[in-house]
Design a protein around this ligand. Structure first.
Ligand code: GRG
Length: 344
């Protein structure tokens, strides 16, 4: 059963594990308008190193930026028609999307493209048959998915394929049972999941595997008590979360870890106020945006996953995000995809 473990936003104080934070204090510390400005400025200066270095993954960058604005309830500030036309210009003749114009298609960017078009209410512009044929062409005999024609196998691609097909209403294009079986084979003794069978558990892969299994309606492959324990062990004394043992905290794990906990109804297993405080400390108070950890340079990836983390934590003033599809809950409901996830 999904339980956001949310902090009651109707109450004036946020009470979690015995500590309280006043809602007004949160609003004072949270740099809402600066973060919007940060996202709106991302596409303005095309001469920066960062802009060129991220050219190949622009499609995902656009999804992250749009989701920041959606979480801040400001999607209407974005140039919708221009973005829709650009996304469509990145589609390959085989149906898949590249990370930018004239880039080769890949499942990573095909999911981002579909998410962007659905977010912008432009589903009618998607040739669903062509996209789902491309996704299905990447499923292997053992149920796994290659990311593209070059054949790399990774549970990230299982998630991308299933999320994409669910958003398109085309789940029947692939063998969903086999897809879930393969993800199940990537489960480790610690309850976590890796990229391929036998690979180390990592919070990013865990989000992908639990999300893929939720979409496939195959949560029996998740041992939620063992996995919940491993995930809440990711919280460090500073409040931030790491992605695996002995690693540093990073704001993006606020999403990869919390989304999985949220799907399993276990957000309350971590100290929510300490994590919220860590995310707020990683804000850039001059130009807006959120970085990987306090004191570092902000970027759109960490801004998105920081805001998404605050939304999952139940802080007030955020659009609710679906922990499986990484899209606004309202859209997932509208598509009839909202599910209750039962784990053993
Ligand atoms: C729609 C939200 C969404 C995602 C699409 C691409 C994808 C599906 C998921 C990526 C999952 C993943 C593997 C995330 C981890 C990203 C990350 C911070 C990797 C860093 O790895 P290391 O080994 O870092 O450099 P650590 O923290 O272990 O030192």
């Amino acid at each position: 059963m999904s339980d956001k473990g949310s902090i009651d936003s109707k109450d004036s104080s946020l009470e979690v594990k015995g500590s309280t934070e006043n809602k007004d204090d949160f609003e004072k510390r949270f740099l809402r308008d600066l973060h919007k400005k940060f996202v709106l400025n991302l596409d303005k200066d095309k001469s920066t190193f960062e802009y060129h270095a991220s050219e190949h993954l622009r499609m995902s960058g656009v999804y992250w930026g749009l989701m920041c604005m959606a979480l801040l309830d400001s999607l209407d500030h974005m140039p919708r028609d221009e973005i829709v036309a650009w996304v469509l210009s990145c589609q390959h003749s085989n149906g898949g999307f590249g990370g930018n114009k004239q880039h080769d298609p890949h499942l990573l960017y095909t999911l981002s493209a579909v998410q962007v078009l659905v977010l912008l209410n432009a589903e009618d512009r998607i040739d669903k048959e062509r996209v789902s044929t491309y996704v299905a062409s990447l499923q292997q005999e053992d149920g796994s998915f290659a990311g593209d024609v070059w054949g790399e196998i990774d549970t990230r691609f299982s998630y991308c394929a299933l999320n994409c097909l669910a958003l398109l209403g085309k789940m029947d294009a692939v063998d969903v049972k086999k897809a879930a079986e393969f993800v199940g084979k990537c489960r480790n003794f610690d309850g976590g999941f890796g990229a391929v069978p036998g690979a180390e558990s990592h919070a990013g892969q865990i989000f992908c595997c639990v999300g893929a299994l939720a979409i496939a309606n195959a949560m029996e492959y998740v041992d939620s008590d063992v996995l919940g324990w491993w995930l809440c062990e990711r919280q460090l004394p500073c409040g931030g979360l790491n992605g695996r043992p002995e690693k540093k905290e990073d704001v993006c794990y606020s999403w990869w870890v919390l989304s999985a906990l949220s799907i399993m109804g276990k957000v309350s297993w971590i100290d929510r106020l300490k994590l919220g405080d860590f995310i707020l400390q990683a804000q850039d108070d001059k130009s807006g945006g959120i970085s990987d950890r306090p004191g570092n340079i902000a970027d759109v990836f960490h801004t998105y996953f920081g805001l998404a983390g605050l939304s999952l934590l139940g802080y007030p003033g955020f659009t609710e995000i679906d922990p499986v599809y990484a899209m606004p809950t309202s859209i997932i409901k509208k598509l009839g995809l909202e599910v209750r996830y039962s784990t053993k």
